[in-house]
Design a protein around this ligand. Structure first.
Ligand code: SF4
Length: 981
């Protein structure tokens, strides 16, 4: 075969790469072959990160050298936490750009568009630079600049008063993008409050719940790179956890011949790269999974030995089928019966797919063996009533194939993640926050964050001081105008504090807006499951690190950040000191130096201690270069602790741990002595203690005690004793729950609205303050199939339509496309940013329309009074804005839909679509918050409260995860409610 010019080019490139490698190695330097591992887009060798030279493109052909110091940090624009390298200009001491960090083991030098766009956020002319206090009524839009001291003293006084008066439950910190492991929980534990709230129940709780009930660990860690078959109910080539690190490994697997199966009703970028794209009726995904599982069972192509050893089948038989002998053969017969009804034809009828296509996909899955990697994230698990069964049925396939913790299989995430122990570990709080963990949801995976306005309106409590941190609840959550109603009610929320880098729809209603740093302006540590290994990443203020490299001393991150922008960690330490200035409340000791008792803890000591004492292998690695562990992390940004964790569940428990241990039930092995009440930060995946405080250490498998899984049985729980005991026995097995948008639940004329999908080039709030990302993506038309468009009377792409929900409507533009299933419409949730007219703050000039919000007899009406247009600012590019359409804020028109088991908000909506009426304008919103209350009550009526179902008088099974776990006593239901059991 003759060689093409491209072959010659590649050969020449290869030779040049080899020569460059040899030259670098001769100089004693690291050689990075570039992200693609083929061509010459090589990374700067780390030996030259102190003085990296590039030529100015603007000066060409003159040779104008730019000298940079390259400082690592971590991207904060999604949860993947990819490594970034800041190019700090040695002359101006400013960040010129961000590129990938080749030393990061998860992202390996690669980023998506949102990583380099961090530079836009840093230089954003509209960002918040100084602490602000409202000057008028809440939401009036008048502000006064104040000092940090004024803000800190006022907040400290409020919190101190609440704590000393026994009002611990009136303090809450609500987290949007966490981006770190454990710091905020630690601060709240030190205050003795159960005040952690998260965004997770509008995000990933549904997906997590299904994995949790199987493994005792709530996330999968697929080993995509080595898989033979990759099965995604997510969009992992473009978005989602942890998409860039996963996408690059999925791509490697595809290059090695792996097949990719994608279930996505919409033709996402991920679906467009799949070998099999299945576009099911929304909510039918679990039925498809079960048909594939049923095929494995029916044809005997499952790993029976893995099932025999690792499933809790014996417990299932004993509890649910005492009529049968307790043999594995009896279980195999029952298993076949249980899933016999999930035929390809049944799945086809539910999903609208062709039965032959499902059968073909099932054959591909059956051929994967233990190299079956799967992921379910948001998507169907976040869209539907019972969506958590999507991930539970997906993992059923992995568990049948024995593709659990195998090469190319799927691991429990806790084995591929490492959370170092911090310098001080405060005890569990002794209180229970009903506003986050209401009694109706004893099995909720995370806080019922999106119900907060309704719980406050119910009169279940009030908040004295409410922080939101990188969180924009009015815009992000469903039913945002109910949020606005409570956030402007000082009887319900006494003081509302927004810790944020940018103005946003919620910050406008705050009492204090306190400027926090972007990804290159703050410290955090984090570790995420991205392959079969463990690593710790370090986010840091890059200008601080650069100046320290130059020999300067920086003691406060505000010294290097723009304006008076701070970082959260230093803020929380300072606030904690001011809450407890003399240590009388017992708080201050958790924020004091160990090296110099009585002095305030610094972030250098906090992280220095952590890296020195709790990250295995790092001190030795750093010492080999003559650095302290902190210096090493400041220089390279990430450390790989281990690779190839393998099958932790199979590890034998050392005899020393088994002295006096007891075997209970079907093989769970417990320590002999009660363990002390564990600290609130325990290793990921650590099993919870039993009622006597004894910790499970393993499980007896064929006469050997092995580590097992952190479930009550120690095995993979095909049958969940927890679901059975806590009021949901009918859903204790992997099964199919018909969605609230199942065709049988729709009224005539209704269709399903998919509202959950992300765009690859936007995140949530903060990306609106990135001009590059705004130029790429700034609107969210509604995807409509041509057949539906004809039915609705929508003639052309761009026509205005009304989309009517249960509580109102929004007016959007139509996009007529065959990339969506007939009977389903879809709209991305990223758009429709707004600021209220009359407010002086710009917000995000390239993405926010100015709106008028009017109270009407039937609720609220919003209309844009001014769309985006060019404007003058410190950045000349704001005068070049060429777009005006920034989409519509659809989430305002969605009521809350809490899943009664997982607590996940079920995002999909049953809607009617029709042409807009005369007088409608793009972006119009109408919402009746009284109807929102009715829908809330209807969904709450589906719950089974702990007071009715708890088998032991507690509010929640203690073994289930909880980001901040109160002490054992706080789990007890109050007497009046437990008596009603
Ligand atoms: S995937 Fe993109 S946005 Fe997410 S951390 Fe990586 S670079 Fe940042």
């Amino acid at each position: 075969m003759s060689r093409t010019p491209r072959d010659h080019d590649l050969a020449a490139l290869g030779e040049r790469v080899s020569a460059a490698r040899a030259a670098a190695e001769a100089r004693g330097e690291t050689f990075y072959p570039g992200a693609s591992r083929v061509h010459l887009s090589a990374f700067p060798p780390k030996e030259r990160w102190d003085d990296w030279v590039e030529l100015s493109s603007r000066a060409w052909p003159a040779r104008d050298e730019k000298h940079y110091m390259l400082v690592p940090t971590t991207c904060f624009n999604c949860e993947s936490a990819c490594g970034l390298l800041a190019y700090v200009d040695r002359d101006t001491r400013q960040v010129r750009k961000f590129e990938g960090n080749p030393e990061h083991p998860g992202s390996r030098g690669r980023n998506c568009a949102k990583g380099p766009a961090t530079v836009n956020q840093v230089t954003d002319p509209d960002r918040v630079l100084y602490p602000m206090k409202r000057a008028g009524r809440r939401g009036e839009g008048r502000w006064a600049r104040i000092s940090w001291d004024e803000a800190l003293d006022a907040l400290a006084a409020r919190i101190r008063a609440a704590l000393t008066e026994g009002r611990q439950n009136e303090i809450m910190v609500h987290i949007g993008r966490p981006g770190e492991d454990g710091f905020t929980e630690r601060v709240l534990a030190s205050w003795g409050v159960d005040g952690h709230n998260s965004h997770t129940n509008v995000c990933s709780s549904g997906g997590r719940t299904g994995f949790q009930f199987w493994m005792g660990i709530d996330r999968p860690s697929p080993d995509h790179a080595h898989a033979k078959v990759i099965y995604l109910i997510s969009a992992h080539l473009e978005a989602g956890h942890y998409f860039n690190p996963h996408a690059q490994r999925i791509t490697e697997a595809r290059q090695n011949g792996a097949k990719v199966i994608v279930l996505d009703t919409r033709l996402s970028n991920t679906a467009s790269h799949a070998d099999y794209w299945l576009s099911p009726q929304p909510g039918s995904e679990a039925a498809i999974n079960l048909a594939i599982a049923s095929n494995l069972i029916r044809t005997g192509r499952y790993d029976a030995e893995f099932v025999r050893r690792w499933w809790n089948w014996a417990e299932y038989l004993a509890e649910c089928r005492p009529d049968l002998p307790g043999t594995f053969e009896a279980f195999q017969a029952v298993l076949a019966e249980l899933y016999a009804g999930f035929t390809f034809e049944y799945a086809a009828a539910e999903s609208g797919l062709d039965a032959a296509v499902i059968a073909e996909v099932a054959e591909v899955v059956a051929g994967a063996g233990t190299r079956f990697a799967c992921h379910a994230w948001r998507s169907a698990a976040a869209g539907n009533l019972g969506g958590w069964q999507v991930s539970r049925t997906l993992f059923l396939i992995s568990a049948l194939l024995g593709a659990v913790a195998t090469e190319g299989g799927t691991f429990p995430n806790a084995w591929n993640k490492f959370v170092p122990r911090p310098i001080h570990v405060p005890p569990h709080p002794g209180v229970w926050q009903d506003l986050s963990w209401p009694e109706e949801f004893p099995l909720a995976q995370n806080e019922l964050s999106f119900l907060l306005p309704h719980l406050l309106k119910d009169g279940r409590g009030k908040l004295d001081t409410y922080f939101v941190r990188v969180y924009n609840p009015v815009w992000t959550n469903p039913d945002g105008l109910s949020w606005m109603e409570v956030l402007t009610d000082e009887q319900k929320v006494g003081c509302f504090v927004a810790l944020t880098p940018t103005w946003n729809e919620s910050a406008y209603f705050a009492d204090y807006v306190l400027p926090m740093g972007h990804g290159s302006e703050r410290h955090d540590t984090h570790s995420y499951e991205q392959y079969d290994g463990q690593w710790v990443g370090f986010r840091q203020p890059v200008l601080r690190a650069a100046r320290e490299r130059l020999g300067e001393t920086v003691t406060d991150t505000r010294e290097v950040n723009p304006g008076e922008v701070w970082e959260e960690n230093e803020f929380w330490i300072e606030l904690s000191w001011r809450i407890d200035p003399d240590g009388a409340l017992g708080i201050r000791r958790y924020h004091e130096s160990r090296a110099c008792p009585g002095r305030k803890l610094t972030v250098d000591e906090y992280y220095g201690w952590m890296f020195e004492h709790s990250v295995p292998g790092l001190p030795e690695r750093a010492a080999a270069e003559g650095r302290t562990p902190l210096e090493w992390m400041r220089r390279y940004g990430a450390f790989e602790i281990s690779r190839g964790q393998g099958a932790v569940h199979r590890q034998e428990v050392p005899a020393a741990e088994l002295t006096g241990a007891a075997v209970r039930g079907t093989g769970r092995v417990y320590t002999a002595a009660p363990a002390p009440d564990a600290p609130n930060i325990v290793p990921m995946g650590a099993p919870a203690p039993d009622d006597q405080g004894r910790r499970p250490v393993g499980v007896l498998i064929d006469a050997v005690v092995r580590r097992g899984f952190p479930t009550p049985s120690g095995r993979l729980e095909f049958w969940s004793s927890t679901l059975a005991a806590w009021g949901w026995p009918e859903h204790a097995l992997p099964g199919y729950i018909k969605s609230h948008v199942h065709p049988s639940a729709l009224d005539p004329g209704q269709v399903v609205l998919l509202s959950t999908f992300r765009l690859p080039t936007q995140i949530h709030t903060r990306s609106a303050n990135s001009k590059w990302l705004d130029e790429l993506s700034h609107t969210n038309p509604v995807w409509i199939h041509p057949s539906d468009a004809a039915r609705f009377g929508v003639d052309r792409t761009g026509d205005l339509i009304r989309v009517e929900t249960e509580i109102g409507y929004f007016v959007a533009k139509a996009w007529i496309t065959e990339g969506i299933r007939p009977g389903v419409v879809a709209c991305s949730h990223h758009m429709g940013r707004w600021k209220l007219s009359g407010h002086s703050q710009v917000g995000a000039g390239g993405m926010m329309a100015t709106v008028a919000l009017r109270a009407e007899q039937a609720g609220w009406a919003m209309r844009a009074t001014e769309h985006v247009r060019p404007y003058s600012s410190a950045d000349p590019d704001t005068a070049r804005i060429w777009w005006s359409d920034t989409g519509v804020h659809q989430n305002l028109t969605f009521p809350v839909h809490p899943d009664p088991i997982s607590g996940m908000h079920c995002w999909h909506q049953a809607v009617r679509v029709r042409p807009a009426e005369a007088g409608d304008a793009h972006g119009d919103i109408a919402v009746d918050t009284a109807k929102a209350r009715e829908v809330y009550r209807r969904w709450m009526a589906q719950t089974r409260p702990a007071g009715h179902v708890s088998p032991d008088g507690t509010r929640r099974p203690r073994w289930l995860m909880r980001p901040l776990k109160p002490g054992a006593a706080a789990f007890a239901l109050p007497g009046d409610r437990s008596a009603g059991r």
